[in-house]
Design a protein around this ligand. Structure first.
Ligand code: CA
Length: 231
């Protein structure tokens, strides 16, 4: 999937070169040649990634980064790659301090720029995509830490939520107690299975209260627990 890239740079030759190449690689591109124009474009085009030159005719690219991360221009979560000259090492550090994600040094090779855009875009997509697990009537939104049954939200304490996620990631599988203890509490200790048992029984009760007559958590005596589709 292509990224929507805004290039902010006052050297026309660089803009043309980058725009031509990115378009051939199926990215969408916009460009701006000044701070003023950049702020307008940021609000108008909602880019995924912004390439920011530091030395612009009416100011510094660093000010653009500050405006973006401060929520004054466009999406504060946009990916930012600095375009810096070799002599601008201090500015590069200032750029990172203001929230730039990466940089390339001019003159840069196009494959290097493309690789950095792709890597940053993949990171952004991962961090914003929602991790949702559905098992029968149960829906677990892992990113938002919310669970519901038949659309009815269930309030769960942190460890019960994590236990639910561990079980729901692999429905029907019977997880051994020591395995669940390690996944949810992060240690191996056979003496603390009582902790797991009490959390599992509270979790089971909450799910059953939300959907009377259905069973989600199954206790396989002497082995461990499984999550099933709730019938
Ligand atoms: Ca410049």
């Amino acid at each position: 999937m292509g990224a929507n890239v805004l290039i902010i740079e006052d050297e026309a030759a660089i803009v043309d070169f980058v725009v031509d190449n990115l378009r051939q690689d199926d990215h969408q591109t916009q460009s701006a040649t000044s701070v003023r124009e950049a702020l307008v474009q940021l609000r108008r085009t909602r880019p995924d990634i912004v390439l920011v030159d530091i030395g612009l005719p009416d100011g510094s690219g660093l000010d653009i980064i500050r405006s973006v991360r401060g929520g004054e221009a466009g999406d504060p979560g946009v990916g930012i790659i600095l375009l810096t000259a070799r002599a601008e090492e201090q500015d590069r550090l200032r750029g990172f301090a203001r929230g730039a994600d990466d940089y390339v040094t001019k003159p840069f090779s196009y494959p290097e720029l493309l690789a950095r855009i792709a890597a940053l875009h993949a990171r952004l997509v991962r961090s914003t995509s929602h991790d949702v697990i559905c098992v029968g009537a149960l829906r677990v939104d892992v990113s938002a830490r919310r669970a519901s049954v038949d659309g009815q939200a269930i309030g769960l304490p942190a460890k019960e939520f994590e236990l639910l996620v561990a079980l729901a990631r692999d429905p029907e599988r019977v997880f051994e107690k020591t395995d669940l203890l390690e996944r949810v509490w992060g240690y191996r200790n056979s003496r603390t299975t009582r902790t797991l048992d009490s959390h599992a029984s509270r979790l089971r009760r909450r799910l059953e209260d939300a959907s009377p007559g259905s069973r989600f958590i199954i206790n396989r005596w002497g082995v461990g627990y499984a999550l099933v589709a709730g019938v």
